[in-house]
Design a protein around this ligand. Sequence first.
Ligand SMILES: [Mn+2]
Length: 189
Amino acid sequence: MSRNARVKRETKETRVEVELELDGRGATRIDTGIKFFDHILTAFATHGFFDLVVDAEGDLSHHIIEDTAITLGKAFKDAIAADRAKTVRYGLAAVPMDESIARCAVDIGSISGEGRSYTVLELGLARERVEDVSTEDIPHFLDSFASHANLTLHIYARGGNEHHKIEAIFKALGIALDKATRVEERRIC
Ligand SMILES: [Mn+2]
């Protein structure tokens, strides 16, 4: 069973290439030109034990983040759809980072089906910017990712430091997706 995907997406605004191996070791090569975005994508892949290559460039950071979400979502959909029959389906994670905590629940049950996804986000983000990322691009990334991967995603976060909160969100997402995509031999239907 080979669960990987390679997706390229090119528009007038951006060019994004994603290579994803679900059964990886958390090896990453990520370059979007946006330092904090690279940091949280690396945390996502490292803690989800995905091998992940992301190569992205574009005109504006909003476009790069949005189009990376779309491309990564499609890569997940393709990689999981290759063999979903025995996956666990649900994944949960709660990740603390000092004073912050992020809780994430995912359902990949409809990932190989038709266009059914749902996103619920209560992130409590207050500041306008974190490092070199506009805070509003974080929920936008998560929503775009979930809808293009066709998954149901709930994320709830609280804390006092926005960097900690967002980093915990991406780690929790990686861990929850790792659990949901794990193969369970006991499953017979
Ligand atoms: Mn950090």
